[in-house]
Design a protein around this ligand. Structure first.
Ligand SMILES: *Cc1c(COP(=O)(O)O)cnc(C)c1O
Length: 226
């Protein structure tokens, strides 16, 4: 059973903590977009969040996201796709996603070039040395940014990253801030930074994040993957 009261309390607490973290680093909470990550949770949770005033929802698996979107297509929600994306699924994701946070290679950009509308996107940067983790290697970031900037169907908002497990988020997100500046040399309007999860949103805010992707602190623990 969905406990709407507890959900509302966790949401309020997180909003307060985000606002405090912003003020602590001299930033305005208005600069921050809170995306609530609802992966593995049922569509009713998204409906309840929207009833509580949430307007940005994050999902990371195509089939699950598509099914929820189709059930809830009447909702006034911005859908953020934040998971790793196969090139052959990219156009299907673009059917319902308003923002894709995980653009990390040329093939994805090519797959999205022929869609019939403009979609907002972030370039996901790999902050680890492990090439199997999602994200473009920093050395390839400029070329990818140039490719996106030259693709009319894609509007580049900025960079996205997940903090590595084996490094303090402060230093990792400082590098991300540098990559953001690099991307802005290609696309000056791409000033957004998608970073910060339940465990590291304060460090992300301190490093300039504009889009926070928060799941379990708001939704409660995720049900097991189905
Ligand atoms: C699941 C997920 C999140 C949210 O994680 P929490 O730790 O539950 O806040 C954020 N970003 C991505 C890419 C995710 O997959």
């Amino acid at each position: 059973m969905l406990d709407r009261v507890a959900l509302g309390e966790r949401l309020d607490l997180m909003r307060a903590e985000i606002a405090q973290a912003a003020r602590d680093t001299g930033r305005s909470p208005d600069e921050l977009t809170l995306i609530v990550v609802t992966k593995f949770h049922p569509p009713e949770l998204i409906q309840a969040l929207v009833d509580l005033g949430v307007r940005d929802i994050g999902e990371n698996r195509h089939q699950e996201a598509a099914a929820k979107h189709d059930l809830l297509s009447e909702l006034n929600v911005t859908w953020h796709f934040i998971g790793q994306l196969q090139s052959k699924k990219a156009r299907q994701v673009a059917r319902y996603a308003d923002v894709i946070h995980s653009i990390d290679r040329a093939a994805l950009v090519e797959a999205l070039a022929p869609i019939d509308r403009t979609i907002d996107c972030f370039l996901q940067v790999n902050l680890t040395d492990d090439p199997n983790r999602g994200g473009v290697a920093p050395g390839d970031l400029i070329a990818l940014a140039e490719q996106v900037a030259a693709t009319p169907t894609l509007k580049l908002l900025g960079v996205m990253a997940v903090a590595p497990l084996d490094e303090a988020p402060e230093t990792a997100f400082e590098r991300l801030r540098g990559y953001s500046e690099l991307v802005q040399t290609v696309e000056p309007s791409a000033t957004s930074i998608s970073a910060g999860m339940t465990q590291d949103f304060r460090e992300a805010i301190a490093a300039g994040a504009t889009h926070l992707r928060i799941g379990s602190a708001i939704t409660g623990n995720r049900p097991a993957a189905g």
